[in-house]
Design a protein around this ligand. Sequence first.
Ligand SMILES: Nc1ncnc2c1ncn2[C@@H]1O[C@H](COP(=O)(O)OP(=O)(O)OP(=O)(O)O)[C@@H](O)[C@H]1O
Ligand SMILES: [Mg+2]
Length: 354
Amino acid sequence: MSEDDETDDATDSSTDGPVPVGVKLGSTRTVIAYPDDDGDLEIVNTLTCMATYEDALTGEERVLYGEEAAREYPDRVEFMLRSGLPEDDDRAELTSTFFEEVIETNDIPEDSAVVYAIPTIDNEAGLKNLETVIENSSIGTELVESYPESLCGTIPGFGDDLEAINEILLAVNLGSTNLEASAYRRGEQLAPYTTGAVTGNEVDRVIANHVEEETQGRVNIDVQTAREYKEEHADFEDYEPFTDIIQQPGGGAHEFTIERSVMDAVDEYVDDVVDEFANTFLPELANEHMKVYNLALEKPVVLTGGMACIPGIVDEFAERASDELNRDIDAIAPDEPALAATLGAQRIAARLTD
Ligand SMILES: Nc1ncnc2c1ncn2[C@@H]1O[C@H](COP(=O)(O)OP(=O)(O)OP(=O)(O)O)[C@@H](O)[C@H]1O
Ligand SMILES: [Mg+2]
């Protein structure tokens, strides 16, 4: 604990000493948070992808990352963490190159205490590779620690400081490659459950299929476009059908309207999330830790990860989980679910440097 409680801003320790940094290297996005010289929190948020090209003047190899790489080099952009973790040495090396480039471009201080939000995935080799990336990075000369992504994500949802760490609660992280559910007892992870079957990426594939059906085969979209449709239009509170235009191979443009494809896909997704939560995760938790199960279900379930950004998804989850379990289930999400894990990690880093 800090000596006094006037610091409700976890970034205050920026004046001297190592800078507290939070990092999430996600399969879709990498998010880094750290205080600038004035103590205001800076957030770097970029697609986890890179492309290399040859400098036209010097012939040197150059690295481009994030949105720019995806936009300008769609033919050879690499999403190194597509499956959630670096699968092999090559991918680990690419991830290191990407991460160093992000660090350099954004001047993330080397003299720092870095906390990484790490996915809970049963993949030892992948986790080892991620560890290598973290160990080889130039930041964190003062301290490097890692905590589960779903724990970090609950922190901004539960108060202005680290209140979540003193609670018994359930966290569900809705990511692009994984659904992760865990119970936490004062920061201790219990009965962690991960599945790659119910994911944001799968929703994108389903949207693409639905669009083809809804347009009677006239429109084929790729998963990137499906992801954009989802991120821009999915809304459980007030969805509006939208139109888009494709250029046809023979020339001419075809305008079409999407009434159901996006919402049908996210609707199925919420059903699947509730099913995994209520019928797989919770029974396992009850089996191993009956008391924690009972205590945790009296509190709101914390939903985090990018898919929790969909307007209305939290209430939809709570309602369907209540039906499924025949008891009142409440749910909450932090203000910015896709940033929450990084912000939580940053607060832990700030506490560790106190
Ligand atoms: N505003 C939004 N509306 C709907 N979906 C969103 C929004 N923002 C992000 N997403 C979706 O959330 C998912 C990414 O979530 P997140 O950033 O938590 O994943 P990640 O940590 O990179 O992946 P993983 O945890 O699987 O490794 C993607 O499917 C993305 O399309
Ligand atoms: Mg994630």
